[in-house]
Design a protein around this ligand. Structure first.
Ligand code: NDP
Length: 445
């Protein structure tokens, strides 16, 4: 297999899908050598079957807004690969959602889920509907309309969605309610559900906490203590806020957060009270991060991401894809940043990744560092199947051991001469090998 040939062919067949091509390119260029050590993979044209999703559903979602006007959005579900378990991956509601973005996310999810050590295939779904500025009733009507189509394609052993950007507990609850009504069944088809109807303890915290646990594993390889380290975070949603919460518990200083309108800079670090304010601002009042800057009189950079403005030891991008580019990476490095652990999916551009790898800093790609969320989703599925509910301590302990195991797999497959761990290569090769072996065993299907 020549990675460039496969990528050029995919570019020709899917010319309008840059994010999908970007994700495939990153993986293929790092697994090429390993793949070519297995001539049987090439005989089965495994790589093309792994890159192209098993199937894609796309559909119109029509709903009525509060003014009585009929709105139409697009809905999608990408079922990428189920070689090692049912399709599993979140649902994203954001105005930018299109097939390319969901295909990149579903592709990444396949490798991430493989890394978790649990039995989950890869999928992703969503809509170009944005919950921002919508009333509760509008969000509910949209979620219900979305589910009247999606319900027939998912199930506890088929495809298990969860949240992502724009989809939190409220949206999962509305979608699950409609799913239950359509199927006449109470099953664990969604994860990230409310506690009262099968949701796992620690699922809301899992992606952020898991990212910090992964970071601790990376820091331990260098004997570095997290205490008093300055950490720049982007985003102020689910992943960002729980990342910040765990960092504060461990004595680190969170110096920035952001949203799609701008970023705040607090050089001395957020207090617990300030973080609580952001949590309420975003989840209850559904306000903007600018309002935090007004309340606490701190620096606010309108329309800008944190990276050019902050001095930090560690960066944890936790908002969206391609939010940290080559210039941002160079500025972070020049300012002394020695670790980057990605909460978001593919937040660093290829140029930024190159900078981090060349500088040989600790750099963890999202598919390893943010796998805690889907891991606890996997634990939620296990609890639902057993009709049991585990304690927060039990789930958190399992999360910590899964993140340590993912780190170990990255080390096994990514350690280079001289001891540097290339986490990009490690995560991609480890994730790939498990899926590849399962696909080989199951024949050409
Ligand atoms: P949320 O919707 O809770 O929060 C997203 C945050 O990112 C918000 O602060 C939002 O700002 C900001 N944001 C979204 N789009 C953009 C953009 N185009 N430019 C700048 N800022 C933006 O989502 P999550 O926290 O759940 O997800 C964040 C990232 O983490 C995503 O990449 C997601 O795929 C990834 N992830 C999430 C997991 C989970 O369990 N939730 C699991 C693994 C990965 P605003 O409020 O202005 O929209």
């Amino acid at each position: 297999m020549k990675a460039t040939d496969v990528i050029n062919d995919l570019k020709r067949r899917f010319p309008n899908e840059p994010e999908y091509i970007q994700a495939v390119e990153e993986v293929l260029t790092t697994i090429e050598d390993t793949y070519n050590e297995h001539p049987e993979f090439e005989r089965y044209n495994l790589i093309e079957r792994l890159c192209i999703p098993d199937r894609i559903y796309s559909f119109r979602v029509s709903w009525v807004d509060d003014k009585g006007k009929v709105q139409n959005n697009m809905g999608y579900r990408i079922q990428h690969n189920n070689a090692i378990g049912p399709y599993k991956g979140g649902i994203r509601f954001h105005s930018s959602v299109n097939q390319s973005i969901l295909k990149f996310l579903a592709f990444e999810q396949t490798f991430k889920n493989s890394l978790t050590t649990l039995a989950m295939g890869g999928g992703k779904g969503g809509s170009d509907f944005s919950p921002r500025g919508k009333s509760d009733m509008e969000v509910m009507r949209f979620c219900q309309a979305f589910m009247t189509e999606l319900w027939r394609h998912i199930g506890p052993d088929t495809d298990v969605p969860a949240g992502d950007i724009g989809v939190g507990g409220r949206e999962v609850g509305y979608m699950y309610g409609m799913y239950k009504k359509m199927t006449h069944e109470f099953t664990g088809t969604f994860t990230g559900k409310g506690r009262e109807f099968g949701g796992s303890l620690v699922r809301p915290e899992a992606t952020g906490y898991g990212n910090v646990y992964f970071l601790l594993n990376m820091l331990a390889t260098k004997g570095i203590d997290i205490k008093d380290k300055k950490v720049a975070i982007s985003g102020s949603g689910n992943v960002a806020t729980y990342t910040a919460k765990k960092l504060l518990q461990l004595g680190a200083k969170v110096v920035s957060m952001s949203d799609s309108n701008g970023s705040i800079y607090v050089p001395e670090g957020l207090s617990e009270e300030q973080l609580e304010y952001i949590f309420k601002l975003k989840n209850i009042y559904r306000g903007r991060i600018r309002e935090f800057a007004e309340e606490y009189d701190c620096q606010y950079f309108d329309g800008e991401r944190p990276w050019q403005h902050v001095k930090c030891d560690i960066a944890m991008p936790s908002a969206t894809q391609n939010e940290l580019d080559g210039d941002d990476a160079r500025t972070l490095l020049a300012n002394g940043c020695f670790a980057v652990s990605e909460g978001a999916n593919m937040p660093s551009t290829p140029e930024a990744i190159k900078e981090f790898l060349n500088a040989k800093i600790l750099y963890a790609p999202g598919k390893a560092a943010n796998a805690g969320g889907v891991s606890v989703s996997g634990l939620e599925m296990a609890q639902n199947s057993q009709k049991l509910s585990w304690s927060a301590e039990e789930v958190d302990a399992k999360l910590q051991s899964i993140m340590a195991e993912i780190h170990q797999q990255c080390k096994i497959y990514g350690e280079e001469e001289g001891g540097y761990i290339n986490y990009v290569k490690g995560a991609n090769v480890a994730g790939f090998m498990k899926v590849a072996k399962a696909m080989m065993a199951q024949g050409i299907v």
